[in-house]
Design a protein around this ligand. Sequence first.
Ligand SMILES: Nc1ncnc2c1ncn2[C@@H]1O[C@H](COP(=O)(O)OP(=O)(O)OP(=O)(O)O)[C@@H](O)[C@H]1O
Length: 300
Amino acid sequence: MADDGEVRWDDVHKKFGSVAALDGFSMHAGPGVHCVLGANGAGKSTAFAVLTGARRPDTGTVTVGGTPVRRGGPASRLIGFAPQAMFFPLTVTVREAVAFVAAHYPNRADVDEVLDAVGMTTEARRLCGGLSGGQTRRLGLACALVGQTPVLVLDEPVAGLDRPGQKLLHALIRRLGDEGRTVLVASHDLAEVDEIADTVTLVARGRVLLTDTAEGVRNRLGSVRVSFTADDAALRTLTTRYPGLEPALDGEGRRSVVTDRPDDIARVILNECDDPHLRVHDRTLAEALDALLDEAGAPA
Ligand SMILES: Nc1ncnc2c1ncn2[C@@H]1O[C@H](COP(=O)(O)OP(=O)(O)OP(=O)(O)O)[C@@H](O)[C@H]1O
């Protein structure tokens, strides 16, 4: 019997008219934070919609905790879902809206604690109709969290939140992942992914291109960046020795290259320059993802 937090899509197809939103989508995730990336229209939200039972796949299977998903079926009690946009009755209070959602879950959290977790304590008695965009987003997240479900599906959770709200949410998502919940996050924000992801999945044209650990993605390509200052003669020597190398220039006059041969590059720079201020940096996850998305022709 699969753990309640195990989610799985097997060869899922879903068309809207002639558009194949999912075209053989297969993915598996267990406890931890799993970031799903891909261009607009890649199929991320549709993959989430078939997981939560909001949409029915044309073919293929989707399971949560080993149970096939169907609208209103038992698997839906295992999932807390915050889609990109949520609409609330204008004349109920924030607290009432969260309490209404909580009533559908057997293992619900204390409503006020959840409102505190998303930074909405002072808005608890406000009417939903009077909330700002960011406050409505936080309310949607509170509704996703209040069921204390083993699986959380968050579609661009911090879009529209102010910086303190983003930090609060990122810390919360990390904590939920560390507690052993399965948290699926669709995101376009590579810095966010770098901060919270245990695994990264790239989606393009309705299919999964790759899934790897954050560490695995960092190591997939030439994994370090070498930065330095160099005069034109030294740069010429470097690019002659390594054709194809195109050192980037930053605003402070420093050059940098991403390479899987940092020792060789560093040796040339140290030989050619008197005072190159050489630094070797670990490549960030965002840089590695950018390169992978470019390679796949699938911008984030
Ligand atoms: N209800 C719908 N009717 C018609 N086409 C749809 C519908 N929902 C999604 N699509 C189409 O399916 C494809 C996948 O859309 P989806 O919303 O899953 O992409 P996404 O990866 O979540 O994009 P974004 O990053 O913009 O949110 C797109 O071409 C989209 O236009």
